[in-house]
Design a protein around this ligand. Structure first.
Ligand code: BG6
Length: 484
């Protein structure tokens, strides 16, 4: 495995700790080798030390097992080099050829671009130009989002990458797909006989998907100012959640079949036209407020953020899927930074029972809708809200929950995803057309927001649930956001 940009944050916090966990569990091939390429001033020795610290800090297996670590570290090599220079890639080729002999890596190459996306094209060109994409064994490319910043740039990137690697060799990572509960959506829907028959507009009133973060922009100002909430979370992670919730039953569990069904959901999204953007979307930006009782800065006061920034840190969209199954069912998506609570969940609201008996207009015991909630994080699990009689003489009805949660610590998303890239299973990765379809949906919204300019970005106080407009979007439909 070759990690470009290996001295960066992702390698420290996620990639190398995940590789260590795989080694710890005996899931890594014994002949595994890791070549790190970056511009920072490391030697192989100092890189190994630095990574050991990262593993100590971020791995879920603590303390570090010396024997496992030493074996892993023996297969690590650091190359200091400029990604624009062919010499870097020639040195890489020499090192990899040596690894084939010393570690038995059989010519198999996994190139992980943990770099600024602006380098994807040039690094892949250098790989090809220096003969690193041919020879015995398999050659795969892993890239991190963002996959473009709109439809045109995503298409351009895909055409470029596909001129060097086959589509089946390109692994576009969306770490949400590696989360246990996200994988559980397929099991919940298709391993249980009771849900699929009612998973449609006849029984479902609406669906809410919330990804709430308490974190602010942190030290990622440069990236986030250009991205914003839609490009950072909604276009990718949240659309994947939507696709898994709404897809038709695949004919098999093979990667292509599942991805075929997901992309159909994205193809069926009803476009939000410029004139409807105001009605169907809300954006916002956090201002000053309180997080856990302590004063918190507003977005425009954060380090390296322009005091006039119009970047959205909150986004909310009401959308429809124009398919037989989902016709007329609104899906409400919201995501924001610096919200009141951290949590990702999907709630499927079933239709109310008819307006008779307990639900009659003059009933003294009005009842609520049934809601199936999939808690992606934290506290991963699934709960079903239903109505039940309180055990008393008089008739009193109360909402109760049937709640299921897995105990113990789940594997980190990157553990599963990295293993899949080595095995060659692309099920949990985004195919080019999924990324493009999702951009096709968001492009007009982003264009309209850009044209509206700064005046229109509603502010919300840090530590709240976003701008009041997001509440109004649902209130206008006679609905409310579920409280996390
Ligand atoms: C990343 C985004 O993809 O996902 C971050 O770039 C965000 O802005 C993060 O904080 C959230 O991931 P998780 O796994 O903590 O929900």
């Amino acid at each position: 495995m070759v990690i470009f940009g290996a001295s960066g944050d992702l390698a420290h916090r996620k990639l190398v700790p995940a590789i260590y966990s795989l080694a710890h569990e005996g899931s890594l091939p014994p002949y595994f080798a890791l070549v790190a390429v970056a511009v920072s001033d490391f030697t192989t020795e100092s890189f190994r030390e630095d990574m050991k610290k990262a593993v100590q800090e971020h791995s879920r297996h603590k303390p570090v097992n010396e024997a496992v670590w030493n074996n892993l570290a023996a297969g690590m090599h650091y190359i200091k080099g400029d990604f624009a220079q062919p010499e870097t890639f020639q040195e890489l080729k020499t090192v990899l050829d040596r690894m084939d002999v010393e570690r038995g890596t059989k010519g198999n190459r996994l190139f992980y671009l943990s770099t600024n996306p602006s380098l994807f094209e040039s690094v892949s060109c250098q790989l090809k130009g220096n003969g690193l994409t041919e020879g015995p064994g398999w050659h795969r490319l892993v890239i991190e989002k963002p996959f473009g910043r709109d439809l045109a740039s995503a298409q351009k990137l895909n055409v470029h990458l596909q001129s060097i690697f086959g589509e089946e060799e390109i692994y576009r990572i969306d770490h949400y797909l590696g989360k246990e509960t996200v994988q559980n959506i397929l099991v919940l829907r298709f391993a249980n006989g009771i849900f699929e028959p009612i998973w449609r507009n006849q029984f479902i009133d609406h669906v809410q998907i919330t990804v709430a973060e308490t974190l602010g922009v942190g030290s990622r100002a440069g990236y986030y100012e250009e991205a914003g909430a839609v490009r950072d979370m909604m276009q990718n992670h949240m659309m994947q959640l939507l696709a898994l919730i709404a897809m038709e039953t695949p004919i098999s569990l093979k990667a292509e079949q599942i991805r075929n069904e997901k992309v159909k959901v994205l193809q069926a999204l009803r476009p939000i036209l410029a004139r409807d953007v105001k009605l169907s979307t809300v954006r916002g930006q956090y201002g000053r407020g309180y997080m856990d009782g302590a004063p918190a800065k507003g977005y425009r006061e954060e380090t390296n953020i322009s005091p006039k920034s119009t970047t959205e840190t909150f986004a909310c969209v009401k959308l429809f899927i124009d398919s037989w199954r989902w016709s007329g069912v609104p899906f409400y998506l919201r995501h924001g930074k610096r919200l009141a609570k951290k949590g990702t969940e999907i709630s499927v609201f079933f239709k109310k029972s008819p307006d008779i008996l307990f639900n009659a207009a003059d009933s003294e015991t009005p009842v609520d809708q049934n809601v199936l909630t999939i808690r992606v994080q934290p506290d991963e699990g699934v709960s079903l809200r239903m109505e039940a009689k309180v055990p008393e003489q008089q008739l009193q009805i109360q909402s109760v929950k049937m709640d299921f949660r897995f105990g113990g610590s789940s594997p980190e998303a990157y553990e599963r995803l990295l293993l899949d890239t080595m095995i060659g299973d692309a099920t949990l990765f985004i195919r080019h057309d999924e990324a493009e379809q999702s951009w096709a949906f968001f492009d007009p919204i982003l264009a309209e927001w850009r044209d509206e300019g700064a005046r229109q970005v509603p502010q919300y106080a840090a530590g709240t649930w976003g701008p009041k407009e997001a509440e109004h979007l649902l209130l206008a439909d006679g609905r409310k956001w579920r409280r996390l």
